[in-house]
Design a protein around this ligand. Structure first.
Ligand code: F0G
Length: 356
């Protein structure tokens, strides 16, 4: 039978009933791609969970299908979110499908072009805030607390419930077993929380017999969990995770500690190196924030972190979540490479240029 989205696939693990109207774009079922280059470097089996292949190009769709379905069930008329881009794109698309009004608040000039175009074309009311993401989130939280609008940021518990299906899928794709390590970028810290919920649930229900260590990575200039304090002016080229005061701060620390994992910082330079490696050596195009998971495992490898695992188990398994598609941020791709050379319309010029 064809794939019908994460709610139908994992219905028995989700807070839905027969009466819940399912608002879906058939999200989920994204590929788990073996990475030759990274497996060789780490001496492990490294897999890329390519969440950029969701309907709106990011992992947010897993949470949004449930959050918007539940909003529709409770007859909500308006959904609202603050966003560094992907949440707004996803909320706008699912709200359009549900016939619900959508309002999004974004930090002015700080979200990638693809994401902005998505929110706009799906007819959300887009407001640019003269402030950063943390301020935007604070504002929409206050509004949602006082007015009849449904918040669809990851503070909405249905978002995390939907996103935990990412962990179910990883286990199912690995032959119903958990990986040894799960690497993931951390911004507002909802996704690391959701994945850990999913892995724990599959273990508690005895579907798998182990749980991974959670390896979270923040950008150096936006690393409140690593610094253990709020970052007032977060800075990084990875605009999706330019967040200084994550909403799920405590839960991310719990995921780190319960799983005996870690949350570390990677520099913009390391992020861009991983971004280019994925594109040039694996054929996988992601947005910069997504490359933080790969930058992170390369950093840990260089520091000898996986040595013990390699000794204990010849081929340990590492999953890196690639959270968003590269086409979200075309400006960054163009900045990272040489512009195409213009040639005259002559065969000789073409032959000369390609040096054949
Ligand atoms: N990767 C991408 C591509 C993202 O868009 C985000 C978050 C993250 C990673 C981090 O996930 O927040 O659950 O820790 N984007 C949010 C947004 C904040 O508004 O689109 P997180």
């Amino acid at each position: 039978m064809s794939w019908r989205g994460i709610i139908e696939q994992y219905r028995k693990y989700l807070p839905v009933s027969a009466g819940t109207p399912v608002v879906t774009l058939n999200e989920g079922n994204t590929p788990l791609i073996p990475s030759k280059a990274l497996s060789a470097v780490l001496g492990a089996q490294v897999f890329l969970k390519y969440e950029g292949l969701n309907p709106t190009g990011s992992f947010k769709d897993r949470g949004m299908t449930l959050a918007v379905s539940k909003a529709k069930e409770s007859r909500a008329r308006v959904v609202i979110c603050a966003s560094t881009g992907n949440t707004s794109a996803s909320a706008a698309a699912y709200a359009a499908r549900a016939g619900i009004r959508c309002v999004v608040l974004i930090p002015k000039g700080a979200i990638a072009l693809g994401k902005l175009s998505q929110a706009l074309i799906h007819n959300a009311q887009v407001l640019a805030l003269d402030g950063n993401f943390d301020e935007a989130l604070q504002m929409v939280r206050e509004i949602a607390g006082r007015h009849p609008v449904t918040l669809v940021n990851s503070l909405n518990p249905y978002r995390l419930e939907g996103q935990k299906t990412g962990a179910f899928e990883v286990c199912d794709q690995l032959g119903v077993r958990a990986p040894d390590y799960h690497a993931i970028p951390v911004g507002n810290a909802g996704n690391i929380t959701a994945y850990w919920m999913g892995y724990k649930e599959y273990r508690e229900k005895n579907i798998v017999n182990s749980r991974p260590r959670m390896l979270g990575f923040q950008a150096e200039g936006a690393a409140p969990l690593v610094r253990k304090k709020i970052v007032l002016k977060p800075k990084t080229i990875a605009s999706a995770i330019r967040i200084g005061n994550p909403a799920s701060w405590k839960k991310a620390e719990e995921a780190r500690d319960e799983s005996e994992g870690l949350i570390e910082a990677v520099t913009d330079r390391q992020i861009l190196a991983a971004y280019e490696l994925l594109a040039k050596e694996e054929g996988v195009f992601v947005e910069p924030a997504s490359a933080a998971s790969v930058a992170g495992i390369l950093k840990l490898h260089a520091a000898g972190y996986f040595k013990k695992a390699r000794r204990q188990k010849k081929k340990f398994r590492v999953v890196c979540v690639l959270t968003g598609h590269g086409l979200k941020d075309p400006d960054r791709a163009i900045l990272s490479v040489k512009k195409p050379k213009t040639i005259p319309a002559k065969l000789s010029a073409l032959l000369e240029a390609i040096e054949l």
